[in-house]
Design a binder for this molecule. Structure first.
Ligand code: TXA
Ligand code: MG
Length: 338
């Protein structure tokens, strides 16, 4: 894919053109506030099949359907519990995906054959403009996984999308350049199919925020030896390893080996909060000032390790209980390599 296929001037016309491409069965990669997504018409089986081909992703992994507003939730989901409505009202548009019982519209090629569907209203001016244009043309929703090859680091810039999947796209596909992503890690996935919400993947919307919003304690998932981290409500990860690809033990991995809990030595890359000094000879890749900034730069810093051809990158994890939980979740999986 050449640079000319980016749309940098995200005017109403260019977003309408991109929406028309989607409806015609093409793929459009677009920015969201979390990471860039690789979009296809969520009602078009052939277009969705191309997402899997471009990503190199196993076909039984479900996709998140993106819509422009919570009023569209009823198109895709049924039997929506009151607490899910509260979550949607408080956190949409935003970095949260709700997993609900699917409607007839959510076919097996979206849900991976499951009876549930993941739905999200993203909070990015370009994503929302694209979704509105798509819905104005009669579209129902845009299926979009992160726009990376399966198991690799999610892209947070348009240039990273080109590096990841550009060579697999056709000339009729498109990449929309909407700048860097503000959040930087993927949405919190909340399972809303039981009496209490459960976090399947941590993100910027934390367990504490969900509990405050719903007044319900976030449900516990049975311990699983392979997961390691299931011990308190803010650290919960899905045990459903096959169906939630983001919960696979090796994911989000750069080519460089990621090391945690180590003092970096000469020639290694290093990512840590700005308050932590760089030892001599160590290649500092990022110095975020707080946990939010850490999440925002994490994936581009891991990419930078690969661009610089580093064999190893040491990351000092943030210890907080907000978005730091999501950062530690992704880093733990990244340590398992590709
Ligand atoms: O922030 C995000 O969520 C980004 C942006 C583009 O919206 N999207 C994203 O999609 O991270 P993806 O496909 O890379 O990760 C979505 C995760 C996958 O692990 C998938 O298995 C899980 O969501 N998922 C989707 N539908 C599900 C469902 N019905 N039940 C359980 N997990 C589901
Ligand atoms: Mg992904």
């Amino acid at each position: 894919m050449s640079k000319s296929q980016y749309v940098s001037n995200c005017t109403a016309d260019s977003l309408r053109d991109a929406a028309a491409k989607l409806l015609a069965g093409n793929l459009v990669a677009f920015p969201t506030e979390t990471v860039y997504g690789l979009g296809a018409d969520a009602c078009n089986a052939d277009a969705v099949a191309r997402i899997y081909a471009v990503k190199g992703r196993p076909a039984d992994h479900p996709l998140i359907v993106h819509v422009s507003s919570m009023h569209r939730l009823g198109d895709w989901a049924e039997e929506i519990p009151e607490y899910a409505i509260k979550l949607a009202r408080d956190f949409w548009p935003g970095p949260m995906t709700l997993v609900l019982k699917r409607s007839e519209l959510a076919r097996d090629f979206i849900t991976g054959g499951q009876e549930t569907v993941g739905v999200r209203v993203p909070d990015h001016v370009v994503a929302r403009g694209l979704l509105e244009a798509f819905e104005n043309l009669g579209g129902k929703g845009i299926a979009a996984p992160s726009a990376n090859r399966f198991g690799q680091v999610s892209p947070t810039t348009a240039a990273a999308v080109v590096d990841e999947i550009g060579e697999y796209l056709d000339s009729s596909d498109q990449i929309i350049d909407g700048g860097g992503c503000a959040v930087g890690v993927e949405s919190t996935i909340v399972d809303c199919t039981n009496d209490a919400p459960r976090i399947l993947r941590p993100g910027a919307i934390t367990a504490a925020m969900i509990e405050t919003c719903t007044g319900i304690q976030v449900g516990k998932i049975a311990d699983s030896p392979s997961l390691g981290v299931v011990n308190n409500s803010s650290e919960m990860i899905s045990v459903d390893l096959i169906r939630v690809s983001g919960s696979l033990e090796n994911h989000y991995a750069p080519a460089a080996k990621v090391l945690l809990c180590e003092i970096p030595t000469e020639g290694q890359g290093f990512i840590a909060l700005a308050s932590i000094e760089t030892p001599p000879g160590v290649i500092r890749l990022a110095s975020p000032r707080n946990d939010e900034e850490f999440a925002q730069i994490l994936y581009s810093a891991l990419r930078q390790a690969d661009i610089q051809g580093l064999a190893e990158v040491v990351v000092t994890q943030p210890i907080g209980i907000g978005i730091a939980v999501a950062i530690r979740d992704r880093l733990r999986r990244a340590t398992n390599g590709r």
